[in-house]
Design a protein around this ligand. Sequence first.
Ligand code: SAM
Length: 239
Amino acid sequence: MTTDRSAGSASRRSGAGAGQAGRPPAPGDALAGYLAAVSVREDGLKLRLRNETRALGPQGQMILGAAQGALLGFLVGLTNARQVLEIGTFTGYSTLCMAEALPPGGHILACDVSEEWTAMARGYWHEAGVADRIELRLGPADATLQALPPDMAGGFDMAFVDADKTGYPAYLAACKRLLRPGGLAVFDNMFWGGSVADPSDTGAETAAIRQTLAMAAEDAELDHSMLAVGDGLLLVRKK
Ligand SMILES: C[S@@+](CC[C@H](N)C(=O)[O-])C[C@H]1O[C@@H](n2cnc3c(N)ncnc32)[C@H](O)[C@@H]1O
């Protein structure tokens, strides 16, 4: 099954994060050139995963940028995360970055609707030797999260959200329930290719992303910070 409710994000993803996903910086943009030159170097396995994913066609551009992937791994280490939730796995790049940063016994619950794309992911997780740290749940993430046993509430150290954008407000609410106090949620595509700053864009996905930021900002039980990395990363910490 290849049902991607966020397939439209492929073009958005490609419209941001230049220099992080192997594309040349804009001519004359010295800072972008510098960043590209000194930025993260992917290992051979991740580069192969990126190339195989890109070969899928336009949807392949949904793959996470290398700098964002490296940052996710860094955040796993920084937060001493052992239990991680991922919403939106695709071909498994972000999962791989986080799994490699986990300590022994660490675990990722990865949610996606696509059997086809996650089959590619599973192959790379095996090759990287981290497959035993990753539990894949196929199906709409909202149903997967609702079906988790009540005693898993507060049991996650970190979450990465990168699936259907209209689901983001509900995913933020779920993260608040599922993270431990001090836990961190990371939301990708918060700039939505710049659409969030265009008042004339009132599309459902843009509106949901704006709503998610407003929810994080207005909730006294949450801290948040927006990073201009790639297409925008929102960090939300449960107090
Ligand atoms: C932008 S891609 C994720 C990219 C991935 N994190 C990476 O590192 O390359 C979005 C993914 O969300 C999945 N998705 C879309 N709607 C979903 C839903 N309701 N529940 C779970 N996954 C969903 C799609 O199948 C797709 O694989």
